[in-house]
Design a protein around this ligand. Structure first.
Ligand SMILES: [Ca+2]
Ligand SMILES: [Ca+2]
Length: 175
């Protein structure tokens, strides 16, 4: 009986490291296909403050899959010319979860606050998500109003909303 228990324990110990390694393994292009640009604010008045009390532009990503994804190597930019203006370090976006990136023009990470070295022009630009030179998601937009976000409505369409929801499920103004 004791022997059986020991054997079972040993098998468990052997399996554990493998399971852990799988969880933290770098994601692939296929994994990244589950990541969407979900909302952004290109003219931030007081919709969201960073840790310094400033109000930089922000971009919300959403993980459509049911597993946590390490974003290491994924790129975010404000145009197609230079796709890797921001390259994600070791950052996990939870399953069905959201992640905010401040487009503040200064690249740094403070705690769980992520800043990228570009801004979003309020008069129109693009938000581009890519990996290894391949565009995975892209949104082109026109003139933006202050504190009105552009929010993904479904796979193909976007809407302006005053009910901005950084880090949470998108909501839309009453019609
Ligand atoms: Ca820009
Ligand atoms: Ca949102």
């Amino acid at each position: 009986m004791v022997k059986k228990l020991l054997a079972a324990l040993m098998i468990l110990c052997l399996m554990l490291p493998a399971a852990l390694a799988e969880d933290t393994a770098a994601a692939s292009a296929a994994d990244f296909a589950a990541i969407r640009i979900n909302e952004f604010m290109a003219s931030n008045g007081d919709s969201l403050e960073d840790g310094e009390g400033a109000s930089p532009d922000w971009i919300e990503l959403y993980n459509t899959s049911d597993r946590d994804i390490n974003l290491k190597g994924l790129c975010l930019s404000d145009g197609k010319k230079t796709l890797d203006k921001f390259v994600f370090p070791d950052v996990i976006i939870p399953a069905k979860g959201y992640l905010i990136i401040f487009a503040s023009d200064y690249e740094y990470i403070e705690g769980d606050e992520i800043h990228a070295a570009f801004k979003l022009s309020a008069s129109g630009e693009r938000v581009v998500l890519s990996y290894a030179g391949e565009i995975l998601d892209i949104v082109s937009y026109d003139l933006q109003e202050k504190d009105v976000s552009m929010s993904r409505y479904d796979e193909r369409s976007w809407r302006y909303t005053e009910t901005y929801t950084p880090g949470a499920e998108n909501m839309f103004d009453e019609e």
